[in-house]
Structures are given as structure tokens and as C-alpha cells.
Ligand binder design. Sequence first.
Ligand code: V0V
Ligand code: CO
Length: 146
Amino acid sequence: MLTRIDHVGIACHDLEATAEFYRRVYGLEVAHEEVNEEQGVREAMLRVGGTADGHWACVQLLQPLTDDSPVAKFLQRNGEGVHHVAFGTADVAATAETVGQRGVRVLDPEPRHGTAGSRITFLHPKDCGGVLTELVEAADDSAAKS
Ligand code: V0V
Ligand code: CO
């Protein structure tokens, strides 16, 4: 059902400064950058390593676009740090339905637009041991659907 850790989302105040930290300390480069108005973020993906299913495990840096967005609220409450964990799946709608039947609140009944043409849905952190969890079907994940 889950095929990889797709990314770890990290909330930050300044995307450029945080990306520069990852470049200077680890030598990681920004592979993709995007504004997602619906999610209220500017985000940058940094590829860390390849996964067994042929994708990349990434760090996703998140800077809020507005003061009332989820990431802005998180920063006000917790400061910078780990915001969510995202798991890859070949079929985000099917996986969300399955975990929903297992008692986890699915925050997006219809998958939403995610980074680089992916389809994403979030699971409520209170049902996931305090971890805001994202399911992500990458643009080319559906090729793995049977
Ligand atoms: C909130 N809580 C969290 C949390 N955010 N716990 C762990 N990790 C987080 N990131 C806790 C919070 O401390 C509260 O606990 C409780 O949940 C309710 O939080 P709230 O902020 O007062 O309530 P809500 O319901 O307004 O917002 C929480 C949720 C919201 C999770 C429902 O943030 C949401 O819908 N997030 C999904 C969308 C999102 O985060 N998008 C940005 C990433 P107590 O105080 O009650 O104990 S976009 C992205 O990743 C993209 C585009 C991508 O990957 O492609
Ligand atoms: Co994410």
C-alpha cells in the first residue's frame, strides 16, 4: 500500500535561507520549486536519495503564503521544524479509502493537487499518533497501478 517515504515536510520562515542551510551543510540542491495557492505554501523539494520503487526521497521545505494557512499556524504554535511525513503510494484514492475504513480521518476526500503534478491527501495528525501524514501519488506513480 505504501511504497516509500516520499518526503519529510519542514516548516520554515525563509525558504531561501533554509535551502541555503541544506546546500551548505549537506550539499543538497533544490530540484523543484513551486507555489501552491490552495495549500498556502511556497515549497522546495531537495532530493536526498533514490527509493526502491524508483522515486526520490526528499526534504520538502515549506514557507507559508498567508498568515492563516496551515503552515503559518504551525509556525506560530511550534516554530520551525518537522511539519509532516509523506508516504508514496501507487493509488492515493484507494489508499485513502482503506485507511479511512481503518478509522483514520482523511482530510481530503478528493485528492488535491500536490508538488510536480502529484495527487495528495492528508490524514489527521490526531489519528496518526501526532504525525500529520500525507499520502502522495506522483505523476508517474499511476503507471505502477495494476
Ligand atoms: C496541527 N496539529 C498538528 C499539526 N498541525 N500536529 C502535528 N503536526 C502538524 N503539522 C495539531 C495541533 O497541535 C492541534 O492539537 C490539532 O492538531 C489541531 O490543530 P489546529 O491547527 O488548531 O487545527 P486545524 O484543524 O485548523 O488544522 C490542523 C490540520 C491542518 C492538520 C487539519 O493543518 C491541515 O488541514 N493540514 C493539511 C494541509 C497542509 O498542512 N498543507 C501544507 C503542506 P491540539 O492543540 O488540539 O492538541 S502542502 C504540501 O505538503 C504539498 C503541497 C505537497 O507535499 O505537495
Ligand atoms: Co508535502
